[in-house]
Every structure is written in C-alpha cells, then in structure tokens.
Design a binder for this molecule. Structure first.
Ligand SMILES: [Mg+2]
Length: 218
C-alpha cells in the first residue's frame, strides 16, 4: 500500500503576504489596516472576501485583473523556506506527493517554474470545483488514481476548507498552523485532525503520526 500526501498551496507552500499586500496597495488601503480587517474577518468566522465589504468595495472582483497584473504570479520569495526541502524529504521517504488546492489555473506552471514538482498538480479553477465542496475532495482522490482515502493525508491551513472536509472524505487531515487562518482559527468541538504541525519541516518528522504512528510500509 502506498501513502499519498496532498498539499494545499496558500499558507501551506506559499506565504500569501504579498497577495494581501498587493490587494491593499491596489485599493489604496494601508496594509496594516487591511491585514487587521482580514484577521477580524477570519476570527469572526466569515469568508475572507467579505473583508472587502469592510472597506465599501462590493465590486472587488472587478479589480481581479489589475490585481493579478500587479501580483505577477508566485515568485521564489513567496515559497515558505521549508516547502521544497520538505517535499524532497517526503519523497525520499517513499510518500507520493500531489498539490491540489483552491487557486487560479496558472499557479501550477508558476509552481513548476519555482522548482516545485509533484506527481499530480491541479488547481480549483481548472478542476471546476473548489474547497470545501466534497466533490473537490472526491475529484482529488480520482486525480491521484483512487487510492483508499485512508492512505491519503491532506495538508492544509484552514479548518473549514481543509481539515474538516478532508476528514469527511475519509482522508487523514493534517492541520498546518501557520498563516492567519492557522493561527486564528480554532477547532470546533469534536474535530480532531490526524496530525497538527506548525511547519512542513515538522510534518516530515511526524508524518507517521497521521497514520497512528505506524511507519510507512516499504
Ligand atoms: Mg491554504
């Protein structure tokens, strides 16, 4: 039996500080103010795009093209320092890797250009499905060849988008507590991830715990 690790992108592999800074700059809002409002939105359990309502910008989607131009895609400095080395370490330990996340379609090529490779890479925009839709997780399993869900760990930073729906799909949920969601969100009563880590480096050291401490069969 082979074990898979599916990685989320935002705040799992990529530090999104520049995404939100670019939004603030484009909208003419001081970065600190915009980030604080985003944090308040997350703490209140709202969707992150509701942050635009705080600033009276209901038509924020019209800015998306301008925003993307200013952001100019993922850059090397956006990768968390442990992103590539942890993927190499997991691969060396025999884990099969996929990257399947809520992102625009072009992020796959941008990640590859930064040297981030996985056996399967798929973004929500090209899948036509996004988290937390159960269909997204069902499709993710199909994309990696339909292994038993219990042989798959899904690693992500958001409780409602990653941890809960991945567990409901029968996968082993790994909550990575970094980024604003990972820091601010709390687990609802009764929700117990298979593993909680602060970094991908820690994931490499502790991944067997997601399988109840059973070492991966060779
Ligand atoms: Mg994320």
């Amino acid at each position: 039996m082979q074990r898979w690790v599916i990685l989320d992108v935002g705040e799992t592999l990529i530090d999104e500080t520049r995404v939100w800074s670019t939004w603030a700059d484009q909208l003419g809002i001081p970065r600190l103010t915009f980030m604080a409002a985003l944090g308040a939105q997350i703490a209140g359990g709202g969707q992150h795009h509701d942050v635009f309502a705080w600033f009276g910008i209901p038509n924020w989607r019209e800015w998306a093209g301008t925003m993307e131009g200013a952001y100019a895609g993922f850059q090397a400095a956006d990768l968390y320092p442990d992103a590539r080395r942890s993927m190499t370490a997991l691969r060396d330990r025999g884990y099969r890797l996929a990257i399947i996340a809520n992102q625009p379609a072009q992020r796959t090529a941008e990640l590859r250009a930064l040297g981030v490779e996985a056996e399967v890479m798929a973004m929500s925009a090209e899948m036509g499905l996004s988290k937390p839709d159960p269909a997204f997780f069902a499709r993710a399993l199909e994309l990696i060849g339909s292994p038993p869900p219990g042989e798959v760990a899904y690693v992500g930073d958001r409780v409602e988008n990653d941890v809960i729906p991945a567990a409901e799909a029968g996968m082993r949920s790994v909550w990575i507590r970094r980024g604003p969601w990972g820091l601010i969100q709390q687990l609802p009563p009764g929700v117990v991830p298979a593993l909680v880590v602060d970094s991908l480096d820690e994931l490499v050291e502790r991944i067997d715990e997601a399988w109840d401490g059973e070492p991966k069969p060779n």
